[in-house]
Each structure stands twice: as structure tokens, then as C-alpha cells.
Design a protein around this ligand. Structure first.
Ligand code: ZN
Ligand code: ZN
Ligand code: FE
Length: 718
């Protein structure tokens, strides 16, 4: 008996081949296993083949497999064969993996050769994507190539019964990379860095995907200083905590949150903090604290001594993450804990919230990239994504690849990084784009870069792309798309942001939206919520008693620098300001968050019906009844919850209207406004009650980070 298989999935760089070899030995199988470009090839003969295959396909990373008929001579034993380069099929590569339990135990085992070794790893754990220069994934094609294995490590690498058999990133105190702090090395360097942090200093630490800044979260002065260094005023910082026990001490936590914290991606999870000894300057006004667990050996070593550290990327706010040692030297902090292993791919920490036990991804980077999704899509498409929370994508061999989060392209550093990552990721996966899909927005940097590629280019509407991104994740062919966000360029030149569309993979029809209003454009369009409130309340006069009222009214009257908009993001800003809750988006989404926070603390609220104004086959949602109630009332803040409820109900009414016109029962929710957990939760609940199948992205961001995924899922009508 002989069998050949091509196995697809997360099967490279996770100890799959050694697992196969061990299993083969157990059942007396001969043959080989090898990494090919995009899959693992296996030939098996003799022995207990059935039992072998049964155990083999129990491996969790396998997504699919194909059988082939092997030819050639038979084998006398079982071997892991060297990788073969080049293959038409797209290579799959594993994201960076956190330190596994066995390595964690070994790290503190005084009898181990790897006792306190900062870079301890095995076949199941360690850096992957961030250090891989070329594929197939093997040590010589990673930045571990500079650290040849010592004799003892070599022995373990070759020993089929060892968990470091074929482990590409493994090393030890003898042969691994070195860690430094000033003129100190190894554990002494780490200890000195910890000493500095506990004494109130701010220290830079080289991580997996880039440099972090670390400070003591209980020290107000240290956190204030960190805010100065980062030039970050209000946006919360994340805190890395020693273990689950520590997290439970500081935060309320659900099972789904715990599972996400412990997942292989080790993302930052937004948790509800308990009253604690953490400095109020860490989360500032936010009622959520971003928390994550250590994922490298040296992070574990640091957190052995201090149970929690603020850990935030070391770049200036809104700039690209720092990966070069030279750049790190310029950080105005009190010292740098660095190491001599190079980072190839810059990766921020990923950020997730759990809403109704389901993940909502705010930022997709380390731990998730470069996982793909399978879809029937043409080869060689490049998708440029969006400018805010930029991320681009490629299609190859039925896989949709999405880059990591790359920030706002208005920043020139981010724009440069965006371009260099296109080249790097394209080279790595050997994708040669033939066609380009980008956003309709005439001012988008991403669209300009896409056009400069000189390839056939299609521009698709932003909210159509948002809806397609959800359809891609759930393999849907058509859906009602409800996309609520800040800014999306509309086909009529207005700023859209509250779309109800009917979409298939080829196109969409816009059926509903918020009633359009006019407001001042300009740089602070998305920042100054008070200006937005004045525009919305214009028909009622200067009800907010703002000194700028006359100027704004004149500008709107004479249409000087005005824009027409249906942006739900701006509606949230305007409402936050008119209720006296928050007046400025010092960081993106701040007003919406503040509104949600106040709304959640209210128990009951009036349901103010926002009627659908029906114009033939389309409708508009008119928020006027809400405004009228607000301006008549003294207790304005008490309308925060009512606003969420009213809008969620209008969303259900809108979806029902579209269903009546199209008979479509799938609803895809998308756009950054749904990061508002109360709105998301209410809308989902209402839609489900009305009998809809409700979807939103769970493996990909809810906001603009998945625009490229939608663009890749778009099909051109031939
Ligand atoms: Zn391990
Ligand atoms: Zn070694
Ligand atoms: Fe958007």
C-alpha cells in the first residue's frame, strides 16, 4: 500500500513535519515528508497506513488535502526531506507564535541548557513571519540564519523523538541571539532594564514586530512621561500582565476574553478594569483597558519580576512602528533593551474586543498575518485597501492574503512603509499583480499608488468593499450590506457613511442611508464634533450657544468649503457634542466611545422613532425627531442610550425595507461605527429578532482594515 498527499493549511513552521515523522515511526511507515512552496507533500507506504493517516489528519493546522499517485522506488525508512524551492502554488506561512507551555517551564528550569534563555523556542513556538525573508520557511531563510546551531542543539534538531526536531528557530544560551542593555548582556541586561522600569524610568524594548516602550503602570509620573515621549495625549495604553491570575486581579473577564488572550495571536484584548492600583493615566477616560499576555521568552523573564508593564509601540503616535536598531537609538527614553536578531516584517500588536462573546478586531497585525482565506478569486489581483488603517492584499491560487495594519497613509512614514511592504510581501509570496482594485476616493494615497502600477485598475465604492469583506469571510454570494463609518467617497461625490446596500460580488445598489446634511469640510472635519453638532442643529438656531454659530451658518449658507454627508461617524460625533458628552476626537472614535460609555450607564431610555422617509425604491433615515427631543430637554446626557436604541431600531427597519425589495435575508454589518459595542449589540439583536442571518467580520477588522479583503472578493463582470 502506498499513498501520496499534498497537505494545505498551517502546516509549515509549526512542527508538522516532525509530527508526521514521529507518527510514521510509531506505525512502521516508510516514505518522506517535505515542505513544498505552498503545501506539505507526504508519501507513505507499508506499516499500519490506516492508523497512521487517522492520527496524521488529526493535526489541528490542516485545512485541506489532495491525494496523488506516487511513482518511483519504494523507501526503506521515513525521512524529512529538504524543502524544494519554487512552485506554482501559493506558499502558506505561519504567523508569529507565542512561547509554548513546555518552553515556558523549561525557561525556569535550572537544569536546562536554556535556563533563562531569552530566545527559547521549539517546533511549536517562536517568531515566524516577522523573521522570515524567503519561503519555504527554513532557518537559513530567516534572520536566525546568523546563529548557527551549536553541537547540542544540532543533536536535538536531528533527533526525531525531540520536540526540537526540525525546529527552525530553536537555539540555546550557547548559540542563540544575545540581548543587551547598555554594556550589559543576557539576564543581567534584563534585570537592569526591570530595575529601571520599577524605578520609574521609560525603557524601549525590542519586540517581535518592532520596538516597544515600557513603563510601570502604577507610576503616574512614568506614564505622563511616556505620554510626552509618544506625543500621545488621551489615547489609552495597553498593559502586558504576567498571567491570567494577574489579569483577573485587575480586570473583569469572560470565558471568551480569556480564550482570546491565550490564543496563539496573543492580541491586546480590551477588558473592563476593576478599581485598581493602575495609574489613571494609562487608560485615561476610557472604561476599557487593553491587556495582553507575554509572548516571548524575555517578556516572561521581565514579568517574573514585575507583574504588569505598560507596553506600547515606541514610535511617535500615528507613525510606523520602529524596527531598525539605529532608529531605536533616537527614541528619547531612558535606555534600550535590544537584541541582535533582525526583524524583517514590522508588526504592531493586534487589538481585539469581545462583544456578545464574539471577536471584533480593531487592529490585525502580529499573530494573524499572513493567515489567508480561501475564496474563488482570480489570480494576481492587488487590492490597495483604504487610507485610514491601511492594509493591502493579494490573491494567489485561491488564497486571499491581507497585509498587516499599516496606519494612516496621510503620515508620510506610514505611506513609505505601505509601499515597501507591498514590495516585500509581493516578493515573499511571489505574486505578480495583473490587475488592481482600489477605492473610489480621488484623494486616497493608496489609490494613487495603485494607479501608478500601470495595470488595469477598477475603483470600487468604499461601503461596497466593506460589505464584500464580510461576504468574503463567510463565503456569501449576495447580502444586504449595512455599513456605518466615518468617511467613504460616494458615487455621487458626497461623503457617505451610513449605507444600506444590496450587494453581490459584481456590484451593488444603494437603497438607504441617513438623511444627507451639509457641514463644513476641512482638516478638522472628523475632529471637531461641536462644529458637526452646530451643522446638524442649524435649523433650530444657536441652541448650543456657540460663538462660531454665525460664521458656520454663513459658510453653510454660501456653500464655502462645505460637504454633503451621510456619515454615521459624524452623526455620533455631533450627538456626543450636542449632549455635552465629548467635543473633540483627539483620537479616532473618541466621541463615539464616550457616547457609548454614557449610554451603557443609563438603564432605561425613551425609544424615539426615527422614521424611514421612503422615496420610491429608496429610503432615508431622518434623525430630526431625536434632535427635537434633545433641544427641548434640560437633561441632555440622558439621551445617549435613547440615541443608540433609536438608531438600532432604524437599522432593523432599513434592513426589512431592503428585504422586501430583494428577498435577501443575509445582513452584513461593517464599518468602524459598529466598533461601538452597544450599537453592534442592539443592531444584531434586533436584526436576529426580525429573522435575518447577521454577519460581521470576526477574523478581519470591522473597520477599514478589511477594505482590501473586500476589494479582493470583488468580481469583474466579463
Ligand atoms: Zn516551545
Ligand atoms: Zn545551541
Ligand atoms: Fe470605512
Amino acid at each position: 500500500m502506498r499513498a501520496g498527499y499534498r497537505i494545505f493549511g498551517i502546516v509549515q513552521g509549526v512542527g508538522f513535519r516532525p509530527y508526521v515523522a514521529r507518527t510514521a515511526e510509531k506505525y512502521g511507515i516508510c516514505g518522506y515528508v517535505k515542505n513544498c512552496g505552498g503545501y506539505v507533500e507526504l508519501l507513505a507506504e507499508g506499516g499500519h497506513l490506516r492508523s497512521f493517516l487517522h492520527d496524521l489528519f488529526a493535526f489541528s493546522g490542516i485545512i485541506s488535502y489532495e491525494e496523488f499517485t506516487p511513482s518511483g522506488e519504494s523507501f526503506e525508512d521515513f525521512k524529512i526531506v529538504e524543502s524544494t524551492d519554487g512552485d506554482a502554488l501559493p506558499p502558506l506561512l505561519t504567523p508569529d507564535l507565542p512561547l509554548c507551555d513546555e518552553c515556558e517551564t523549561e525557561l525556569f528550569d535550572t537544569s536546562s541548557r536554556r535556563y533563562l534563555h531569552p530566545f527559547i523556542s521549539c517546533a511549536k513556538c517562536g517568531a515566524r513571519y516577522s523573521i522570515t525573508e524567503k519561503i519555504p520557511y527554513d532557518r537559513e531563510r530567516t534572520t536566525m540564519a546568523e546563529f548557527p546551531l551549536c553541537d547540542d542543539c544540532k543533536k536535538e534538531y536531528g533527533d526525531i523523538s525531540n520536540r526540537r526536531h526540525f525546529a527552525q528557530t530553536q537555539c540555546c544560551n550557547e548559540c542563540g541571539p544575545e540581548i543587551y542593555f547598555n554594556n550589559l548582556t543576557g539576564v543581567t541586561a534584563i534585570e537592569k532594564a526591570i530595575e529601571e522600569i520599577t524605578s520609574g524610568k521609560v525603557i524601549a524594548i525590542k519586540g517581535v514586530g518592532g520596538y516597544h516602550l515600557a513603563a510601570d503602570p502604577s507610576n503616574d509620573a512614568a506614564i505622563s512621561r511616556l505620554r510626552e515621549i509618544k506625543r500621545r495625549d488621551k489615547k489609552p495604553f495597553a498593559v502586558m500582565m504576567r498571567d491570567m491570575e494577574t489579569i483577573r486581579k485587575y480586570c473583569h473577564i469572560t470565558d471568551a476574553e480569556e480564550k482570546t488572550l491565550k490564543s496563539n495571536a496573543r492580541p491586546i484584548v480590551l477588558l473592563k478594569p476593576k478599581k485598581s492600583c493602575i495609574s489613571p493615566f494609562v487608560a485615561q477616560e476610557s472604561d476599557r483597558l487593553g491587556v495582553f499576555l507575554p509572548y516571548t521568552g524575555y517578556q516572561h523573564l521581565i514579568l517574573q519580576k514585575i507583574e504588569a508593564i505598560v507596553l506600547t509601540s515606541a514610535n511617535l503616535s500615528d507613525n510606523p512602528i520602529i524596527i531598525e536598531d539605529e532608529d531605536a537609538k533616537k527614541i528619547p527614553c531612558d535606555g534600550v533593551l535590544h537584541h541582535n536578531r533582525e526583524i524583517v516584517t514590522p508588526l504592531d500588536d493586534s487589538v481585539i474586543a469581545i462583544v456578545d462573546d464574539e471577536p471584533v478586531i480593531f487592529r490585525r497585525a502580529r499573530g494573524y498575518v499572513p493567515l489567508t482565506i480561501r475564496a474563488d478569486a482570480e489570480d494576481g489581483i492587488f487590492a490597495a485597501g483604504s487610507d485610514l488603517k491601511a492594509s493591502f492584499g493579494f490573491s494567489k491560487g485561491g488564497n486571499l492574503y491581507l497585509s498587516q495594519y499599516l496606519g494612516d497613509l496621510e503620515n508620510s512614514g506610514n505611506a513609505k512603509r505601505y509601499e515597501s511592504e507591498i514590495k516585500r510581501m509581493g516578493d515573499l509570496f511571489e505574486v505578480r499583480p495583473k490587475r488592481v482594485v482600489c477605492d473610489l476616493h480621488p484623494g486616497f494615497h493608496s489609490s494613487k499608488i495603485a494607479e501608478e502600477m500601470g495595470l488595469p485598475t477598477v475603483k470600487i465604492q468604499h461601503h461596497f468593499a466593506h460589505t464584500l469583506a464580510v461576504m468574503a469571510e463567510f463565503s456569501l454570494d449576495s447580502a444586504i450590506g449595512i455599513s456605518f463609518d466615518g468617511t467613504g467617497y460616494g458615487t455621487d461625490g458626497a461623503i457617505w457613511g451610513s449605507e444600506f446596500i444590496y450587494a453581490d460580488r459584481y456590484g451593488f445598489k444603494r437603497i438607504g442611508h441617513l438623511k444627507e446634511w451639509e457641514m463644513l469640510g476641512g482638516d478638522d472635519f472628523a475632529k471637531d464634533a461641536k462644529k458637526c453638532a452646530i451643522s446638524l442643529l442649524l435649523p433650530y438656531g444657536n441652541v448650543l450657544s456657540d460663538s462660531r454659530f454665525d460664521i458656520i451658518r454663513a459658510a453653510l449658507h454660501n456653500k464655502i468649503n462645505t460637504v454633503r454627508t451621510t456619515s454615521a461617524g459624524r452623526l455620533f460625533d455631533g450627538v456626543a457634542a450636542m449632549l455635552g458628552i465629548c467635543e473633540e476626537n483627539t483620537y479616532e472614535g473618541r466621541c463615539g466611545e464616550a457616547l457609548c460609555r454614557v449610554a451603557e450607564s443609563d438603564c432605561d431610555a425613551a425609544d424615539i422613532r426615527l422614521p424611514l422617509e421612503i422615496l420610491e425604491d429608496e429610503f432615508e433615515i431622518d434623525p430630526t425627531p431625536f434632535f427635537e427631543r434633545v433641544i427641548k430637554n434640560e437633561e441632555k446626557k440622558s439621551f445617549a442610550r435613547a440615541f443608540h436604541i433609536s438608531l438600532a431600531n432604524a437599522i432593523v427597519d432599513g434592513a426589512v425595507f431592503v428585504r422586501e425589495k430583494t428577498s435577501e435575508n443575509n445582513v452584513c454589518l461593517s464599518g468602524g461605527v459598529f466598533q461601538n459595542r452597544l450599537l453592534l449589540s442592539l443592531a444584531k439583536e434586533g436584526l436576529k429578532r426580525a429573522g435575518f442571518n447577521v454577519y460581521h467580520n470576526k477574523k478581519y477588522p470591522l473597520g477599514d482594515g478589511s477594505i482590501a479583503l473586500g476589494q479582493l472578493y470583488f468580481k469583474e463582470r466579463k
